[in-house]
Design a protein around this ligand. Structure first.
Ligand code: HEC
Length: 312
């Protein structure tokens, strides 16, 4: 048995199984357990060391005992080990359990009486591997029948909807965490309190030094009136924060520092200040902004599928 699998196969195999089991059972989120938890890699290293050590010791003991054997025993051992695997007792035992086939010498026991023009038949039993597989399918069918047709656990349609819902949730989660998933074309005005609060927080920390905390303007222009140098509306405001101003280098591009979805929140916050008329605000600069005045950046909603395809 020991020589059945050589040690250069056995050691990696055992190690791989233990490794896979650890990765499977230890919940380590999106990173492999052996990277996230140093204890796991230490354990694996010690385990591998022990595996190799055991192999070396067992191999050495084998060599020593071999030398202690008499010539007769050595010969027996060599013979036993030179038997190919398919002829080993172990293999033969398993095969006869699985098939219960008769050897050619035993066939006279099971040959049937009929003789069809010299053609005779053996009455072999069904091989156990096949019969047991068949029983397994019956058990599976019974469980399935009871679960889905008697108890009505869930239907295929429900399963489908559940998976679609999971995929949608995954998509929605990614849409807010993937930094690239926001752009001038896609940006929309956010009005929920949470986003506005987040926008306000960043604005107060990062932008207030030039625009004043209330948006009234200091170095930068007043952001609370309806006059804009670079155009108003969510898309233009998003763009100037993201790309910076083409006219004035003081208003730098923030897209490398602030992630796009946060820029959307800041832009939404800035627009929520419209008409707030803070005390001491700077005079209006730029042109009065009328929402319809920007057809170039306005994305019209697609009305049918052909439009979706052509506007891409
Ligand atoms: C170093 C000073 C400075 C900082 C910091 C700054 N800005 Fe500005 N901002 C300016 C200046 C100056 C302008 C005017 C640009 C122009 O004339 O086109 C401007 C323009 C703008 C405009 C366009 C106004 C218009 O009328 O077109 C918006 C929107 C804006 N800033 C938002 C922000 C936000 C949001 C932040 C923080 C992330 C920020 N700014 C940080 C100086 C600054």
């Amino acid at each position: 048995m020991k020589k059945l699998i050589p040690s250069y196969v056995r050691v990696p195999l055992i190690f791989a199984i233990v490794f896979a089991a650890l990765e499977y059972f230890i919940d380590s989120g999106d990173r492999p357990a052996f990277i996230k938890f140093p204890m796991v890699s230490i354990f694996l290293a010690v385990f591998l060391f022990l595996l190799i050590a055991i192999e070396i010791v067992v191999g050495a003991v084998d060599k020593v005992t071999y030398h202690l054997l008499s010539d007769e025993q050595k010969k027996q051992l060599d013979e036993a080990q030179s038997v190919p695997f398919t002829e080993s007792k172990f293999y033969q035992g398993i095969m006869s359990k699985l098939t219960r086939s008769k050897t050619i010498e035993q066939e006279s026991d099971i040959v049937l009486d009929h003789d069809y023009d010299g053609i005779r038949e053996l009455d072999n039993v069904l091989p156990p591997w096949w019969v047991n597989l068949f029983y397994a399918t019956i058990i599976f069918a019974l469980v399935y029948l009871v679960r889905f047709h008697v108890i009505d656990d869930y239907t295929q349609a429900e399963e489908f909807n559940k998976e679609v819902a999971m995929a949608e949730e995954f998509k929605a989660r990614n849409a807010t965490t993937t930094p690239d998933n926001m752009s001038v074309d896609k940006v929309t005005l956010l009005t929920d309190a949470e986003s506005i609060a987040k926008g306000k927080e960043i604005f107060t920390n990062t932008c207030a030094s030039c625009h004043k905390a209330d948006g009234g303007g200091l170095v930068g222009p007043n952001l609370t009136d309806d006059s804009w140098i670079n155009g108003g509306g969510i898309k233009n405001v998003y763009k100037v924060i993201s790309e910076g101003s083409p006219n004035n280098p003081s208003m730098v591009s923030w897209k490398k520092i602030i992630k796009p979805t946060d820029i959307q929140k800041i832009a939404s916050y800035v627009l929520s200040l419209q008409g707030s008329k803070p005390v001491g605000a700077k005079a209006a600069e730029g042109k009065k902004w009328v929402e319809e005045a920007a057809p170039a950046t306005e994305v019209k909603p697609a009305t049918d599928s052909t439009k979706v395809a052509t506007t891409k």
